[in-house]
Design a protein around this ligand. Structure first.
Ligand code: ADP
Ligand code: MG
Length: 694
């Protein structure tokens, strides 16, 4: 939504007053100029309703029939709103899982039993019956036109009719705001329609349009919008990437003596994958250009060691290397490994976290600011004001998806253009990696250390609780360790804490009074967390009840059972991360997902993915298909423009072609390039520093 003096206020439109204008703001529409870009979310083919008896689950259809009943159903805390519709030959249930009083009233008023209804939505079957979830509805006689009717996204208090009227007026008023910015010959090459045609057709599809393509968001006009957006996106990234590469860096001069010594002391040899990525990274380090690289490797693939070896090269060259991780638990764990290795090699190492006492912090800072060659491990505390690295050669950021881009850049700015390595356990598809880390080169660690057995994954429901306790008892009896993880129960951290600690209490008092049960939550003081983790590692606890603080990176080789409570509330990839906490030693391991919700078929199907696949790559891809990349990472990535129309996974082909086109256009120059450049700047305005163009 843009606002500004050259913007036409919505109230200039007929039928839009102050009140309606505010409602539009909820849809991201702040001015008349925004309206043409408010693309319908579905299309209703009123001329050709589909016979109910001939529906096919999985696709979007329009049906027409008579309302037979309208009712609410209650299941424990949740409820559904349902309408039964018949067209004489077949019966279908329209169904809402979440709905407002406003919707209920609207339906009661407009679709009494016996009335005719037209509904459009995705069709599924449930217990052998056709269902349509959260459909779009209309009355046949509402005068809003025949043929293919656009259905707009709504917000409480706005009607289809009001949105439609506003959009139609806007199309005539502000046509110059959606002028083409992609050169004609490029569009022809890709067989894409121009922008004006696309916007107009999306709001008023010709009668002979392919409704199914429109409803899939895959019409040529949709593709044009997605392509335009992706092109602007890539052009911004390309410019940023080129400008970063112009900054002079330094080459890390090292013979690899420390690396050699470390390898000799390791109880294992590096995997082929580790050797390959090391070669790529070390080659980058020796160039005079700051490295910008993403190291992507599944949970447990051994990224830490790769990072440490790279850090050794920096230290051997007489400079400093820093590893930044998202949690204190991880910082301490990495530090305890790295400082042990460092000590053996006779080099200095330092830990810096927010919860250290000011005396400890000062000692750490003194070493860092002295400029001595040292390996530094820390949390966000590393990027706080006042932390200066006089000779920082390499920055490694672990588990990147927990950090915003802004934080990543903040550390990069410390010192003079250090080399930069981001590590992520998210084996994200390349196209999404481009979105999230578009300015980085990618190394892929695609091999696991030998001897890992796949973790057997089982789904339990609430009624399997007795069985679950048996399984836990059996693991413990074999002197294995068990994790039990709780999700955020409500929105606040406080209740997360209480759910986990209440559970720990129950396990201690009622279920396993003879076992030693630890508790780990994000809220505990850091030294307490450390103590619990190290006691667990030493088997002083047999069961650790934890919140998701243990999701990333935690390494406890003797743990063989991971129990995830309320598994439905986690993203698949998060579950994969959690599962990666076990199966790290030689013993066979299990992961039990306890599904406690009265879950929908979709939710069940989602969890089932976990039992079928152990590949992080596959799981991430499934997860991304079902949810947007924004949800996937829990937080929106700061610093990047939102993709409004395109999805980096579903639209992967367009994504790649936009990248190629962008590269070509950037090199071409000329007046067309200027028009384009202006749009790139608008698209990226207010986002992460886009270099003044080049
Ligand atoms: P991640 O990639 O998830 O960060 P880690 O770096 O924590 O994985 O490594 C997981 C475990 O594998 C650690 O215990 C580590 O010591 C071990 N490891 C790393 N490389 C190898 C190897 N080449 N052979 C055997 N074990 C290895
Ligand atoms: Mg790790």
């Amino acid at each position: 939504m843009e606002t500004g003096s050259d913007r036409t206020p919505l109230i200039t439109l007929k039928g839009v007053g102050d009140k309606v204008s505010k409602k539009f703001a909820n849809l991201g529409v702040g001015s008349v100029e925004d309206l043409p870009f408010l693309i319908p979310r579905a299309y209703q083919d009123r001329s050709h309703p589909h016979p109910i008896a001939m529906l096919v689950p999985g696709d979007t259809f329009t049906i027409r029939g008579q309302v037979m009943s309208l009712y609410e159903k209650r299941y424990r805390r949740r409820g559904t709103l349902e309408i039964m519709v018949s067209d004489g030959k077949g019966v279908l249930t329209l169904k809402w899982f979440r709905y407002s009083r406003w919707l209920k009233k609207n339906l009661d008023d407009n679709f009494p039993v016996g009335s005719e209804i037209i509904a459009t939505g995705r069709v599924d079957t449930f217990a052998g019956q056709f269902q349509m979830y959260h459909p779009e509805m209309a009355s046949p006689g509402d005068g809003e036109g025949q043929g293919i009717v656009p259905i707009y996204p709504l917000t409480e208090g706005l009607t289809q009719r009001a949105v439609k009227r506003a959009v139609e007026q806007s199309l005539d008023m502000v046509e110059d705001h959606f002028q083409e910015f992609i050169p004609r010959d490029e569009l022809d090459e890709l067989s894409l329609p121009d922008l004006v045609t696309s916007i107009e057709s999306l709001h008023k599809p010709p009668v002979d349009s392919d409704v199914e393509a429109l409803n899939r968001g895959d019409s040529p006009w949709h593709r044009r919008l997605k392509f335009g957006e992706l092109l602007l996106f890539h052009l911004g990234l390309l410019q940023r990437r080129r400008s970063v590469r112009q900054v002079p860096g330094f080459s890390v001069e090292s013979e690899g003596e420390l690396e050699k010594k470390l390898r000799e002391s390791l109880p294992f040899t590096l995997t082929g994958g580790q050797e390959r990525v090391l070669k790529e990274i070390v080659a980058d380090l020796s160039r005079g250009v700051p490295m910008q690289r993403l190291l992507q490797g599944d949970v447990g693939s051994g990224k830490t060691l790769v990072a440490f070896i790279c850090m050794l090269h920096a230290v051997e060259s007489g400079r400093q290397a820093a590893l930044m991780v998202p949690t204190e638990v991880l910082a301490v764990q990495h530090f305890s490994n790295m400082s042990r290795w460092a000590e053996e090699l006779g080099i200095a190492s330092v830990l810096l976290t927010g919860s250290m006492s000011s005396k400890e912090k000062k000692e750490a800072l003194d070493i860092i600011t002295s400029g001595l060659p040292v390996v530094v491990v820390g949390t966000h505390a590393l990027i706080q004001e006042g932390v200066d690295f006089p000779s920082l050669a390499l920055v490694v950021v672990d588990e990147q998806h927990r950090f915003g881009v802004v934080q990543r850049l903040a550390l990069r700015k410390k010192g003079e253009s250090p080399h930069f390595l981001v590590m992520t356990a998210t084996p994200i598809p390349r196209s999404l990696a481009m979105v999230l880390y578009g300015d980085l080169d990618v190394s892929i660690l695609d091999e696991m250390p030998p001897g890992r057995k796949p973790v057997q994954t089982i789904i339990y429901s609430e009624s399997d609780r007795a069985k679950l306790h048996l399984v836990i008892a059996r693991e413990v009896k074999d002197s294995n360790l068990v994790f039990i993880v709780y999700p955020l129960v409500e929105e606040t951290e406080k209740s997360e804490l209480s759910a986990a600690s209440e559970m720990a209490d129950r396990y201690r008092k009622e279920i396993f009074p003879n076992l030693k049960i630890g508790l780990l939550t994000g809220r505990m003081p850091a030294d307490e967390k450390e103590r619990v983790m190290s006691d667990f590692r030493k088997s002083r606890y047999q069961v650790l009840v934890a919140t998701t603080v243990i999701e990333v990176g935690v390494d406890v080789p003797d743990a063989t059972l991971m129990v995830v409570e309320h598994a439905d509330r986690f993203g698949l990839f998060q579950l994969h991360q959690l599962r990666g906490r076990v199966g790290r030693g030689l013993r066979p391991s299990k992961c039990i997902l306890v599904s406690t919700e009265s879950s929908t078929p979709e939710a069940k199907e989602r969890l089932a993915v976990m039992t079928r696949s152990t590949s992080g790559f596959e799981i991430a891809e499934e997860d991304l298909k079902m949810r947007g990349p924004g949800d996937f990472f829990g937080v929106r990535q700061a610093g990047f423009p939102d993709l409004r129309y395109a999805h980096p996974i579903r639209d992967r082909v367009l994504f790649l072609s936009a990248r190629d086109t962008g590269e070509r256009l950037l090199d071409k120059g000329g007046s067309e390039a200027q028009i384009l450049q202006k749009r790139v700047e608008e698209f990226w305005s207010g986002k992460l520093e886009l270099p003044s163009s080049g």
